[in-house]
Design a protein around this ligand. Sequence first.
Ligand code: CA
Length: 74
Amino acid sequence: MTTTPAGDDLHIVFTRADLGGDQRLDLMEFTLVLEDLGLSWTRSETQDRFEKADANLDGFISFEEFRAVMEAQG
Ligand SMILES: [Ca+2]
């Protein structure tokens, strides 16, 4: 039994948090996602996950990067 949402749910969460509507999340938006998912990571954990999730090091989390980190989290 896993609490990790399926792909469609992840996309909904991602889109809801993407306040800028640019299909990528900055650190603040990423934090909103975690709250939405009920994940209680500390600020330093969140920062750490964000940096690890940002595979191409552009300072933003794309949906592909987001999905990868969430699947790893599951
Ligand atoms: Ca990125």
